[in-house]
Design a protein around this ligand. Sequence first.
Ligand code: TYM
Length: 333
Amino acid sequence: MFQNQKVSYSGVQPSGNLTIGNYLGALRNFSTYSEDYKCLYCVVDQHAITVRQVPADLRRRTYETLALYMACGLDPEKVTLYVQSHVHEHTELAWILNCFTMFGELSRMTQFKDKSAKHADNINAGLFTYPVLMASDILLYQTDVVPVGIDQKQHVELCRDIATRFNALYPDTFTIPEPIVSKSGMKIMSLSEPTKKMSKSDENPNAVVYILDDKDTIIRKFKRAVTDSDTEVRFAPGKDGINNLMSIYACFTGKSMEEIEAEFAGKGYGDFKLAVGETCADALAPVQQRFAQYMGDKAGLEAQMKKGAEEASYIARRTLSKVEKKLGFVQLR
Ligand code: TYM
């Protein structure tokens, strides 16, 4: 579709303040594709309403997520950045794909099981069909690669299954996308329960380091991070807390686990935690600075949203009309 250029596509929900899990598992990797791929990155506000949102917060976080995309180095002149609800083709294709997705497939999604346990009073149909909307996001743009954290891999695999099924009935409709999960940072764990994923919706703010936390807060959170009764900085089975901190440190410094073990040989957890906190805060400082600049220009952000929506709509319209034609919907000119 883009003169043989490959397509990279991903999305982030504006459902909470973004964490270093979102940064290391996803955002930071998006710019890897800027030079060689046609890139589209979306703020998926329609996904966010599968759990209840306070409207003013959702609106604010939508601006913030776009500003963070840019603060993480995504240049809107080179990549398409937009908001999902501004491109109506997403929900239209989602309806069609619902008719090609099996109840049993959706029932097996681990995120649905987790979220419906967490929001037992609101197990709505949107929460159940959420992966179909995600498939629609991806397939509308004839995507080749989807950079995500490990928790989203199952959804991208379902998207592949839906696309393959559709293509078998209506050949050459969709490109089959590939999930790209970076080895480091694919699953950053909670600082207070290191067997659980670090999540922007965690109620305990000490379990989570937010991209926008200030330096003192970041250092304090790492100091309080749950570890074990050992004292040696060593990557080993069962040392979930230390393993997680070492992974975070490795992501920010590019060092291997062996190098980190050597660096902290003979030093205790206290020194190590301080180093992780300082390194993380220093790495995030320039992102925070650029974020503040972008947030200071709301009109500029809105202009970007508009430009991104126009670019995305152009492609989305073409795919949707191809799909509708194949299905036998009457096309009026
Ligand atoms: P969301 O908003 O939960 O997360 C955004 C991205 O951050 C990654 N991530 C993590 N990576 C490592 N460690 C963590 N603790 C961590 N927490 C989150 C996620 O894997 C994700 O890549 N359904 C998606 C959004 C979406 C999407 C799409 C993604 C909607 N449509 C199309 C790709 C393509 C979600 O809820 O991500």
